[in-house]
Write a new protein. Structure first.
Length: 85
């Protein structure tokens, strides 16, 4: 099911991915199948599956974006706490 954005400014999506991600995943699958069938090499399939999982979007935030935000919050930014009595 193709879902066109309501406000015409957000990106078009297909199921849980943006259309750009669907293209990348499709090309990755083709390369992965070729590499596995001809060379017996498994890493491209794994990389394509990891990319497909990390690029899933819920409400305009992908899983990779969420991991980046969490890492920046816990490790990247200095947090200060003030105790007041």
């Amino acid at each position: 099911m193709y879902i066109y954005p309501d406000n015409l400014k957000s990106k078009a999506t297909l199921w849980l991915w943006e259309l750009r991600d669907i293209g990348i995943i499709g090309i990755g699958c083709l390369i992965s199948v070729f590499a596995f069938s001809r060379l017996g090499w498994l890493p491209p399939i794994v990389l394509t599956a990891v990319y497909a999982f990390l690029s899933i979007r819920f409400e305009d935030v992908s899983i990779l974006d969420f991991i980046r935000y969490a890492a920046a919050f816990f490790f990247g930014k200095q947090q200060t706490y003030e105790w007041r009595a």
